[in-house]
Design a binder for this molecule. Structure first.
Ligand SMILES: Cc1ncc(COP(=O)(O)O)c(C=O)c1O
Length: 412
């Protein structure tokens, strides 16, 4: 391998047994496949450690260690510290709990900004705080660019603004927002930022400290792990949130305070397998390299990003060249980075026609609003039953792209 290797896709694919079946999986924005390391870790935990953890006997303490290791991986993926994350059932559930935990800090008339581009997970729970006296303002997508523009956030910010909730990149539009600059502007206005990173984290490395976000959310089942959600919060903010669990939970145990019912032991432990997989990818591409864990993660994500960008260029070229096809988010005046998420509409066609026909070619994707209902309405895709969405991650191959383009070409 050279010092700047390209991703060995076949090596990566060999870790995902589901790929052996001949299907092309292009609904990765809905959930990714899991590598062998994760399924093995899950099976091992349930076989050997499925007892109440941390009670001083062998299986129990081994389980506790594995759970902590899994939590550490989930923190490391976004460069958070262990006591700054809460592992919960899903991002939707985490936002719901967070919104309740924040409510006592709000006063009637305090303003919360949400967007009409976000998935409903980072939307509905905040909008419901209107009933508690909050004033909800909406940062709307620009009709020409299909995107959120910072100029449109400006007039919404004022000294009553307490919180701005927006997405790192939309699961429909796929364009990446400059989170660091937006957060900086939100902080200047004296408010907090809550960022949905669910659609971004499968594709790029996140450093919550560098972004300076107050709250950040992602879902492990979109990052090659099992079905859970992770909430990051700055330490001092987590400490100010109201306890959502039993009254006797320790005041500094944010994991328990903000995850009523407790975290899922076996799924958390299985997340250790995500890092094992990433480390094997690293060792394969950078043999003998002696670099620390965070740099390994960065290098692995760089490999993923370069590979995905090359595949994306072909999909984008196809979709923008076809008459009658509208690729969502391609009208941006300024060139924005896009993750490998492509949503489109075809003139006069019901979007559901596409997954049905592609299924016959063993191509798995879907047409829907993908729970970003407000975004779908804003772009006018409702009459066509939502958008067709093709989303790729690093284990997709150039041959997958060939099959997608050929399939779409024939249907269109
Ligand atoms: C961008 C985005 N945010 C939030 C969510 C919700 O995540 P969860 O299913 O973990 O609640 C999704 C799920 O599709 C999503 O794509």
């Amino acid at each position: 391998m050279t010092s700047h290797p390209t991703l060995d896709v076949e090596f990566c694919r060999s870790h995902f047994e589901a790929l052996a079946g001949g299907w092309v999986f292009l609904e990765n924005a809905g959930g990714t496949l899991v590598p062998r390391q994760v399924t093995e870790s899950l099976a091992d935990f349930t076989t050997n450690c499925q007892v109440q953890p941390g009670e001083g006997y062998e299986a129990s303490d081994a389980g506790q260690v594995r759970i902590e290791e899994g939590r550490a991986v989930l923190a490391a993926l976004i460069n958070a510290d262990l006591d700054e994350i809460v592992v919960g059932p899903s991002t939707t559930s985490n936002v719901y709990v967070l919104s309740h935990a924040l409510t006592p800090l709000l006063e009637p008339g305090d303003e919360i900004i949400v967007t009409n581009q976000d998935h409903e997970a980072n939307n509905g729970a905040w909008r419901r705080l209107e009933a508690a006296g909050a004033v909800i303002r909406e940062w709307r997508m620009n009709a020409d660019t299909d995107d959120l523009e910072i100029e449109d956030l400006e007039p919404l910010l004022n000294d009553r603004t307490k919180l701005v909730c927006f997405t790192h990149c939309s699961n429909i539009v796929g364009l990446v927002h400059d989170v660091k600059s937006i957060v900086h502007r939100i902080h200047e206005a004296g408010a907090l930022a809550c960022v949905d990173g669910v659609a971004y984290t499968p594709h790029r490395r996140v450093d919550v400290k560098d972004l300076d976000v107050d709250f950040y959310l992602y879902s492990s089942y979109k990052v090659f792990g099992p079905h859970m959600g992770i909430l990051y919060g700055k330490r001092d903010l987590l400490a100010r949130l109201a306890n959502q669990n039993h009254y006797f939970v320790d005041a500094d145990d944010h994991q328990r305070r903000l995850c009523p019912g407790g975290l899922n032991f076996e799924l958390t432990a299985a997340c250790g397998g995500i890092l094992e997989y990433f480390d094997q990818v690293h060792a394969h591409h950078f043999p003998g390299a002696n670099v620390e864990a965070s740099q390994r993660l960065e290098q692995v994500y760089d490999l993923f990003a370069a590979h995905e960008t090359a595949m994306s260029a072909r999909v984008e070229e196809f979709l923008t060249a076809r008459p009658g096809v509208r690729l969502i988010g391609c009208g941006a005046a300024r060139r924005r980075e896009r993750v490998a998420v492509f949503s489109f509409l075809v003139d006069g066609r019901d979007s559901r026609e596409f997954p049905e026909k592609l299924r016959a070619r063993k191509i798995g994707l879907y047409a829907d609003d993908f729970y970003a209902a407000r975004c779908i309405d804003a772009i006018g895709a409702r009459p066509q039953n939502g958008v067709v969405r093709a989303s790729m991650v690093h284990y997709n191959s150039p041959e997958d792209v060939d099959r997608l383009i050929d399939g779409l070409d024939r249907i269109i």
